[in-house]
Structure formats: structure tokens, C-alpha cells
Design a protein around this ligand. Structure first.
Ligand SMILES: Cc1cc2nc3c(=O)[nH]c(=O)nc-3n(C[C@H](O)[C@H](O)[C@H](O)COP(=O)(O)OP(=O)(O)OC[C@H]3O[C@@H](n4cnc5c(N)ncnc54)[C@H](O)[C@@H]3O)c2cc1C
Length: 464
């Protein structure tokens, strides 16, 4: 393979430079890694380059695009920025002959020489090599829980300031922001940027500085102590001297009968370019009347034949910004169905219709829809936290000045100092972004808090 490689182009100071990354360079990096006993970020990139150069990087997915398991893998690959080919099939003749084919084996994912039948997202992440290996019992300066904007910002600042950092992400980097089709109010992107685009850049930036990012791994338990112990799914334990909770919020599921049967396939909780492709020339429904529902409706109307917004109340005026309402009113293929509540999702393998109740006329009808998008808010992801962490009445984490002396005493705060601004009732355990009580639910504020909290981490660890 001597001399084989891939060309990489980059622009700096107005000049474009193209370099050749060869497999020899990878060998050097691997040797250095073995000597140091750690994986170097540069070699991660070179590995990916070699896979592509040697035609091992090819990722092919066999399955039915609108079925939930296939759709979940596609969403994961797309949000992680992994190029792949989808072969839409239900027939054995199209699946490679070495796969022991049954209808139930789909989806099948082929990555280089590896074949996975019905893989879990964690298995996909491991096969592609995009998730850091967890070494049981390893101790880090900082563990960042969640790789949304807040967690990725914390990882960038902490690693760039010399701390060893592990980031644990339950699904895929980007968090809620990663599901947004276009973020138009984040500083520095005058024409907007997709949530996926922003997340991909932040992920690379954190990795470049040396953050280890474990993808598709869930934190199940946090145990307080001098050093924090974290239990992950599958039973692995890691330790950290400081912990940053950046787990944000998880979407709220509406009480619609039979909804889970279609989640990921016909029912979605985010609207990125991938979901939009599935909606081409189809009739789709949006549930929710807030700004995120409005953004998604306008975006998806550019792909779908007809978009119906189903809202419980009389109008959008009380819940949505007027600029979005104006755009919705101007769109010929968007219709707002007021006083409408979805009661049931119907279909076989794919979503076919929704049973909709009109709470004013007290009537029920089935309306054909190929896709349903749900935007009815989110609840904080805090169920893995120990009882020593004080939460507000809605489950968001209280920090800093929100904690009075009585509260600190009753939660066993032993330090002479008060908690830092973003610190919880446990010394060394901080909370940032949407998961924090009273936080502003925006990308910029999540990034701001994730960046700022690293200063407190230094003080907690005695570095400043
Ligand atoms: C559709 C949509 C559009 C939006 N548009 C805009 C916009 O245009 N402008 C704007 O400013 N804001 C927008 N927002 C809001 C913005 O996305 C959020 O405020 C921001 O993402 C919060 O960042 P975060 O890092 O605090 O949390 P999140 O983005 O929620 O990230 C938390 C991460 O933690 C992970 N996690 C949760 N539990 C665990 C666990 N136990 N173990 C490991 N990982 C875990 C999750 O998988 C997730 O990746 C939008 C939100 C949505 C949903």
C-alpha cells in the first residue's frame, strides 16, 4: 500500500493548500500511539482517510427507508456525518450473498469487511470507529455528560486548557440543536447554519484538542465522593475529579396511542435535511404550536406536498413569534388545523394515518399522513443524578446563587466556600445549558455556560 493516500484540502490566510495523507503517516502515528498508550486525534482523522483511500470506508445500509430501525441508523449516520449508501430493499436478491438473509435480519449494515444484521446504534458507532473506547476504571480530570452545545463547548475549553476529558453522549453529538434544520440566531453565521453543521464542527474541534468522546453510551448513575464514579450502560465504570452535567432536555412524548411503533420511521422529534428527504411529495403533520414547531413547518413545507399543523387551541398567536406566523400564512401548502388533538397513530410497518379529535366540534376523523413531527417541548434529563443533587420542582438542576444556606445544610454541603455560579449541591459537580434551572434555552447560552464553567473546574481542582 506504499504511497497510497488521500488528498486533503484546506484554506488558511486565503491560500488553499492540498496535502497527501499516506498510510505510512498512519503507521508512524500508530507506533507513537502504542508508545504513549493513547489514541491521538490526528490519527483518528488519518484512519478515516485511509479507510476511504483503501475503499474500506464504504458504508452500505440495506433496509426499508421508512421503517423505524433503518431510519434510526440513517439518522445516526447522517448526524454523525458518515457518508453511506442506502439500498432500499425487502428482497434477498439485493442483499450480498454472504449475509444469511431473512426478512427479519434487516436492516443490514456493511462497513468494509464487517457485516452487521439489525445492529444497535452502539454497535454501529463501534464498527465505524467514531466512539472513544471506554477503559473500565479510568480516571479523568473532567467527565462531561452530554455532547450538545453546552457539553461540546465545555470539552473544547477544558481540553484546550490542558485537562483530560471524557465526554459521554447517549446518542450523537449535537443534542437538540443537532435536530434543527437552520439556526439563524447564533453569532457568526449570518445566513444561519444547520444544527448538524454546527455540531460537526464542534465535535471536530473538541476531538482536535484531545477530548475523548464516547458516542451512543449512556450515563446511568453518578456517585458523589472525593472522586466521582460514573456507571455507564453495559456496566462500565469511569471516574472523574469533576463532572459537568450537560444532558439538556429530552423531547416530551405526547399521549398518542400506538406512537412508539413508528418512532424514527414515520414519527420524528426533529426536522433535519434527512427527515425532509423522506417527506418529498408526501402529506405530513406537525404537532405543536411553539417556535420550534414553526421553524420545522416552514422548512418541511419546502419538501412535502402538504403540511398540516395540528394545534389544540384556537390559534398560534399566543405561542409562536409573529415572523413565523406570517411565513406560515404566506405558504400555500401549509394549513393550520386548530382545536385538533391527535389520538392514535395508524398503519402497518409504515405510518398511514392519524386519528384526530376536534375538541370544539367533538368529532373524530382519520386523516392520511405519511409522517408526523412532534414539537411539544422537552423535560430535563436528570434521572441518573444522585439524591444529593438539588433539583427544582420541574426536575432542572439548581446551582450557585439558587442554593440558600438552609438548602446547602440540608444537602450536606461541607465546603467553607459557597458553590460557584454553575456548581450544584455537590462540590465539583456542575450543571450547564438547558438542564440547569432558569437557563435560557438557546444555543448561545448553552455554549456560554459550557465555556465559562471550565474556570470553576480549575478552581475546584486547585489549578487556579
Ligand atoms: C428543533 C429545535 C430547534 C431549535 N432552534 C434553536 C435556534 O434556532 N436557536 C437557538 O438558540 N436555540 C434553538 N434551539 C434550542 C437549543 O437547541 C438548545 O437550547 C440547546 O441545544 C441546549 O443545549 P444543551 O447542550 O444544554 O442540551 P442538549 O442540546 O439537549 O444536549 C444534551 C445532550 O445530552 C445527551 N444526554 C442526555 N442524557 C444523557 C445521559 N444520561 N448520558 C449521556 N448523554 C445524555 C443527549 O443525547 C444530548 O445530546 C432549538 C431546539 C430544538 C429542539
Amino acid at each position: 500500500m506504499a504511497g497510497r493516500g488521500a488528498m486533503v484540502s484546506g484554506r488558511a490566510k486565503g491560500v488553499t493548500r492540498t496535502i497527501k495523507v499516506t498510510t505510512e503517516r498512519l503507521k508512524d502515528l500508530l507506533a507513537l500511539e502504542a508508545e504513549l498508550g493513547e489514541i491521538l486525534p490526528t490519527s483518528f482523522i488519518v484512519r478515516r482517510m485511509r479507510m476511504i483511500a483503501e475503499n474500506q470506508g464504504e458504508v452500505t445500509l440495506y433496509g426499508v427507508a421508512e421503517e423505524a430501525e433503518t431510519a434510526n441508523i440513517r439518522t445516526f449516520l447522517a448526524r454523525q456525518g458518515v457518508p453511506y449508501t442506502l439500498v432500499e430493499t425487502e428482497r434477498p436478491s439485493q442483499v450480498p450473498s454472504h449475509v444469511d438473509w431473512e426478512r427479519d435480519a434487516l436492516p443490514v449494515l456493511i462497513i468494509g469487511n464487517e457485516t452487521l444484521c439489525k445492529p444497535t446504534i452502539r454497535e454501529v458507532a463501534e464498527a465505524i470507529g467514531i466512539s472513544a473506547d471506554i477503559e473500565d476504571g479510568q480516571t479523568y480530570d473532567v467527565a462531561v455528560l452530554g455532547a450538545g452545545p453546552a457539553g461540546l463547548a465545555a470539552a473544547v475549553y477544558a481540553t484546550s486548557e490542558g485537562l483530560s476529558v471524557i465526554v459521554i453522549e447517549a446518542l450523537v453529538p449535537g443534542g437538540q440543536a443537532g435536530t434543527s434544520s437552520r439556526i439563524e440566531n447564533y453569532l457568526g453565521f449570518p445566513t444561519g447554519i444547520s444544527g448538524q453543521g454546527l455540531a460537526g464542527r464542534a465535535y471536530l474541534q473538541a476531538t482536535k484538542f484531545g477530548a475523548e468522546i464516547a458516542v451512543a453510551r449512556q450515563v446511568e448513575r453518578v456517585k458523589c465522593g472525593e472522586v466521582y464514579s460514573l456507571r455507564l450502560d453495559g456496566g462500565d465504570m469511569i471516574k472523574a475529579r469533576a463532572v459537568i452535567i450537560a444532558t439538556g432536555a429530552v423531547y416530551r412524548e405526547p399521549p398518542i396511542e400506538n406512537l412508539e411503533a413508528f418512532t424514527g420511521g414515520g414519527v420524528h422529534y426533529g426536522a433535519s435535511y434527512l427527515e425532509a428527504q423522506l417527506c418529498k411529495q408526501k402529506d405530513i403533520a406537525i404537532v405543536g404550536g411553539g417556535n420550534s414547531a414553526g421553524q420545522a413547518t416552514i422548512f418541511l413545507a419546502g419538501f412535502a406536498r402538504q403540511v398540516k399543523m395540528l394545534i389544540r387551541g384556537k390559534s398560534l398567536a399566543s405561542s409562536m413569534s409573529s415572523y413565523l406566523i406570517e411565513r406560515i400564512e404566506r405558504s400555500p401548502n401549509i394549513e393550520v388545523l386548530s382545536n385538533s388533538e391527535v389520538k392514535r397513530a395508524n398503519g402497518g410497518r409504515k405510518l398511514q394515518s392519524l386519528t384526530v379529535f376536534n375538541n370544539r366540534k367533538q368529532t373524530t376523523q382519520d386523516i392520511d399522513f405519511a409522517h408526523l413531527f412532534v414539537f411539544i417541548g422537552a423535560v430535563p434529563a436528570t434521572d441518573f443524578l444522585p439524591d444529593q443533587v438539588k433539583l427544582d420542582e420541574k426536575g432542572f438542576v439548581l446551582t450557585g446563587d439558587q442554593l440558600d444556606k438552609n438548602c446547602l445544610d440540608s444537602y450536606g454541603w461541607k465546603e467553607e466556600r459557597r458553590p460557584f455560579h454553575l456548581e450544584t449541591t455537590c462540590p465539583g459537580l456542575l450543571a450547564v445549558g438547558d438542564v440547569r434551572s432558569g437557563s435560557i434555552k438557546r444555543v448561545a447560552s448553552a455554549v456560554g455556560e459550557g465555556s465559562v464553567c471550565v474556570q470553576y473546574v480549575h478552581r475546584i481542582l486547585g489549578n487556579a
